[in-house]
Write a protein that binds this ligand. Sequence first.
Ligand code: CTP
Length: 400
Amino acid sequence: MLEGKKILLGISGSIAAYKTAAMTRLFVKAGAQVKIVMTPAARDFVTPVTLATLSKNPVQSQFIKGDKGEWTNHVELGLWADVLLMAPATANTLAKMAHGICDNLLLASYLSARCPVIVAPAMDLDMYAHPATQANLKIIASFGNSIIEPNTGELASGLDGKGRMAEPEEIFQFVKNYLNHSAELNGKQILVTAGPTYEHIDPVRFIGNHSSGKMGFAIAEELANKGANVILIAGPSQMQLKHKNITRIDVQSADQMLKASLKHFKKADIAILSAAVADYTPEIVSAHKIKKSGATMQLKLKKTIDILKELGLLKTKKQLLIGFALETENEVPNAKKKLVAKNLDFIVLNSLKNKGAGFSVDTNQVQIIHKDGKINKFGLKAKSAVATDIVDQLIQIIHA
Ligand code: CTP
């Protein structure tokens, strides 16, 4: 089930640490190799001897071992692992992970790990609900880490609420699913565009749009988690991503995005264009800041090149091309027209009419329209879950 998989388990100081013994056993029984790093505080909750015995590997928690000056190589631990599982992750450890604080061996291993990271938080309900913890979780997720949400139930404090770390069996299933799907897109080269474009008017002004890049970044991450090599061409976006399979190319304008896309499409097996590219750009970009003058001013715009359409013309039989459509009326017929006009394999339709869908929000509701006319409708979901649906459709086409 997990033969040959290497799991680095990072335990921080929470009462939920007692669950790591059962979790370690599940992983080892399934054939995985498990190495464990504990924070000093975690040793108060579960003993290294128990975990070393169950994992069949020495447990690490110090930079320097014994009194002979022997150094623990945290970089090696991070490179060894197929996945780093931070469970339990306390409020304190989450805060440090979000801000790059590195005051113990576990955090050093986390910062130097190149593998995917899965985080299972555990804490009291008010600590979990605190805006600081929620903000830290958002930051951690924005780095491309996966979060296993805690359960609601009885807590060590005697209170009842959300903060109980997921059960060993739930975490085991999550990690197993994650690792077993991690090779589905191995060897595939995939181009993704994301975010808005900025079209310069003069040195200080531009025409932009409200796209945050969240959808495209979530797709890039999902593809990378399934083993693809992703070239992510991103317009200006606050989003951050850390994944060894993703190469990010930052661009500003539609023209720059076009040039980067043309360059990388040749070697791509698949391209997914989710960027909100400007349809028009100023005809002339002023070299100097435009001075205020009359009561009105006119800006002459010229059409940009439709990147998706260009790639549709260049597409070979071996390549797959996926686009997005953002519609406010006649959604399905309009999206179908775009699918045909741009030579796509499927198109993801966003409707701005759906509450919670579209720009800047964390959720989206989409329909996927295939070139054979088949339509898959999905409910309102987190953008990461929408990304999973889109990538699953892609995998079905590849395996058809
Ligand atoms: N697109 C692109 N290059 C452009 C414009 C759009 O690659 N210059 C891509 C987008 O990334 C998206 C798809 O085309 O995948 C559809 O974008 P959308 O704005 O919905 O449609 P348009 O084709 O621009 O048509 P309209 O604005 O008239 O609806």
